[in-house]
Design a protein around this ligand. Structure first.
Ligand code: HEC
Ligand SMILES: [Cu+2]
Length: 340
């Protein structure tokens, strides 16, 4: 109940549409730590408000002008004892908050043995993700296991970005030439929303990502299948045509595992057919959105670094879409994951 009340206050500030992105409603351990701090601040704030407002109300009532009061009341200048008290109390409160905050900081910054290392690189306007231990690469949607600590090494390839999945943890800046670390753990499976939290250009607001947390067995199955994965041989004419177009027009910037496409300027598209979103976590991954994206991505995402392909015929777009949707592992349905 108190947690609910606190959430109501928070939500009225943050906007109800972001209900799945509220730190204090999250079970993730780092967010629980931060929520604990928030409680301390709230307790002190309520006490201070009560004392100050109460004293003010009492004074106004007690010393109000009464009939027959024609003379000025006694005039007082300064009170050493009170000044010492009202300096000492805030100092004490700030010291308590300092100690609590320092404890929390140490706890959430400490490297955890058995963490899964991940490397995240921000680019205008998308996120590249790598699994250094497995030699795997993806973009926009990062798959992790539930119940294992994750250690994300964050950097940027161009300007300063910031990596922030609010339902899982706080944020860390992505700075070119520098590595910052975020450590967190998902406690339940889900499709967690993430945002770039540092103004980075015209499409900063369109630079998002997702973290897909899977049960341990599903995660292991996913990683093993991904390691063994090579883009499947085209199942029909259309997919074959799509692959051919892709290798001719898109492979300079995009990679697809097990094919000649090895570009690294744009997102890795090896498992694009499994993505729940398109354009770095912004649009639903539907054929309509995909075709619109390929034709002119900057019409959807201003200043997108992917060039337009307005010369492609409808049949070509269909073929490219058919090829991209063939790039997936069987036996997974990420669309079913609850969203946080
Ligand atoms: C000059 C490099 C370049 C070329 C050529 C290029 N792309 Fe891209 N592409 C990008 C970049 C950069 C992005 C990321 C844009 C963003 O989200 O801000 C991107 C994003 C995408 C996405 C969205 C990926 C995601 O993670 O959601 C798809 C799908 C895509 N491109 C398909 C294609 C196809 C199909 C072609 C060929 C017809 C192509 N691209 C050609 C650079 C390129
Ligand atoms: Cu950014």
């Amino acid at each position: 109940m108190p947690r609910m009340l606190l959430s109501v206050g928070y939500l009225s500030l943050a906007g109800a549409a972001l209900a799945h992105n509220v730190t204090i409603l999250s079970d993730a351990p780092v967010n629980q730590e931060i929520t604990g701090l928030l409680w301390w601040v709230l307790i002190f704030a309520v006490i201070i408000f009560g004392v100050v407002a109460g004293a003010l109300a009492y004074t106004i009532w007690k010393f109000r002008a009464k009939p027959g009061d024609d003379e000025l009341p006694p005039q007082v200048h300064g009170n050493d004892r009170m000044e010492i008290i009202w300096t000492a109390i805030p100092l004490l409160i700030v010291m308590v908050l300092f100690v609590l905050t320092a404890q929390t900081l140490v706890k959430i910054k400490r490297p955890v043995a058995g963490s899964l290392p991940i490397e995240a690189t921000g680019w205008q306007f998308w996120w590249d993700f790598q699994y250094p231990d497995e030699g795997l690469r993806t973009a926009g949607e990062l798959v992790i296991p539930v119940g294992q600590p994750i250690e994300v090494k964050i950097t940027s390839g161009d300007v300063i970005h910031s990596f922030w999945p609010p339902s899982l943890t706080g944020k860390a800046d992505a700075v070119p030439g520098e590595d910052n670390y975020l450590r967190f753990m998902a406690t339940k499976p889900g499709n967690y929303y993430g945002y770039c939290a540092e103004l980075c250009g015209a499409s900063h607001a369109n630079m998002r990502f997702r973290i897909l947390a899977l049960e341990r067995e599903d995660y292991t199955r996913f990683i093993e299948a991904f390691k063994a994965y090579e883009a499947p041989a085209p199942a029909n004419e259309r997919v074959a045509r799509g692959q051919q177009l892709f290798n001719a027009q898109c492979a300079a910037c995009h990679a697809v595992k097990g094919t000649p496409a090895r570009g690294v300027i744009g997102p890795d598209l090896s498992l694009f057919g499994m993505r729940t979103t398109l354009g770095s976590g912004v649009w639903d991954n539907t054929p309509e959105n995909l075709k619109r994206w390929i034709q002119d991505s900057s019409a959807m995402k201003p200043s997108s670094k992917m060039p337009p392909f307005t010369q492609l015929s409808d049949a070509d777009l269909e073929a490219l879409a058919a090829y991209l949707y063939s790039l997936k592992l069987d036996g997974f349905d990420f669309a079913q994951l609850p969203r946080y």
